[in-house]
Design a protein around this ligand. Structure first.
Ligand SMILES: Nc1ncnc2c1ncn2[C@@H]1O[C@H](COP(=O)(O)OP(=O)(O)O)[C@@H](O)[C@H]1O
Ligand SMILES: CC(C)(COP(=O)(O)O)[C@@H](O)C(=O)NCCC(=O)O
Ligand SMILES: [K+]
Length: 244
């Protein structure tokens, strides 16, 4: 049960900032656009702010939020050694990205058992948590756009137009398909390998690009689009209860 009713989660990733509003624990809106906050006229009682961006980027965003919600308590969520019954694998807990921390906490609370949590964004994050809530560790790999852009920016002749990126049959027979499908296979192959390494683990997946992978994964996964935001609510509520 939440300590407050209206909560706004701000999840600032390296590609996009996600705004998720909750009322009594239910998502009432989601947006990647700050201006939607103004249009929605939502009145948060608390703002949970979770960012993996630079301090400079955060300053501007925090100022905009405080201007829009001058009297609202903004709580910056950080990665800690433990929270919500989960223990962080990192000897230096604060080095773990807060998006990963919140996602794996939410993923564990979804499954309450051995779980692999995947977030497909700028980077692809994979975190493994035991049935006892012990974070065992995880991986960071380039996301799909990052893989593709690294090829485009580090080669002379990998060049194609977006109109050449088509769904084809059989092995890729164009530069556009070779690159886009090569990056895709890299990611799917990586995840299938993780699946083999952790048999009988539940899978919870999220992230802006996860929809591109869902049908490729040949094992059951739970798609949970608001994973970071759900983790932010769990951690934020624990903090608010602790301060009561
Ligand atoms: N409106 C959008 N703006 C930006 N990226 C979007 C949007 N809708 C879907 N995406 C996809 O989401 C990906 C970014 O995923 P996201 O989880 O937001 O990344 P991060 O958390 O690293 O910022 C992009 O590569 C893009 O393909
Ligand atoms: C790996 C990340 C950059 C992912 O960020 P995102 O893809 O969401 O923009 C972020 O989790 C991060 O900055 N992590 C710090 C290093 C670590 O988690 O070990
Ligand atoms: K993210």
């Amino acid at each position: 049960m939440s300590v407050v009713t209206n909560e706004l989660v701000v999840d600032a990733g390296n590609t996009s900032i996600k705004f998720t509003a909750f009322a009594a624990g239910k998502v009432v809106f989601f947006s990647r656009e700050f201006d939607v906050l103004v249009e929605e006229g939502f009145s948060p009682e608390v703002i949970y702010f979770a960012s993996v961006r630079s301090g400079e980027d955060d300053r501007g965003l925090r100022e905009k939020l405080l201007a829009l919600y001058p009297d609202v308590n903004l709580i910056e969520l950080q990665t800690t050694a433990r929270a919500c019954g989960v223990i962080n694998a990192y000897p230096e807990p604060s080095r773990l990205g807060v998006d990963r921390w919140l996602s794996l906490i939410a993923g564990y609370h979804h499954v309450k058992n051995n779980v692999v949590v995947v977030d497909v964004g700028t980077a692809v994050k994979v975190d493994v948590v035991s049935s006892e809530g012990v974070h065992l560790g995880g991986y960071i790999a380039p996301g799909l756009n990052l893989m593709e852009s690294s090829l485009l920016s580090n080669t002379a002749k990998i060049r194609y137009t977006q109109s050449e990126v088509v769904v084809g049959d059989g092995l890729p027979n164009s530069t556009a398909r070779a690159v886009t499908e090569g990056c895709y296979e890299m990611l799917v192959g990586f995840l299938e390998r993780v699946y083999k390494m952790h048999p009988n683990f539940g899978w919870v997946v999220a992230g802006g690009d996860v929809d591109k992978l869902l049908e490729a994964l040949n094992f059951p996964v739970q798609y949970s689009p608001n994973l970071v935001a759900e983790g932010a609510r769990l951690v934020g509520n624990e903090l608010l209860r602790g301060s009561k």
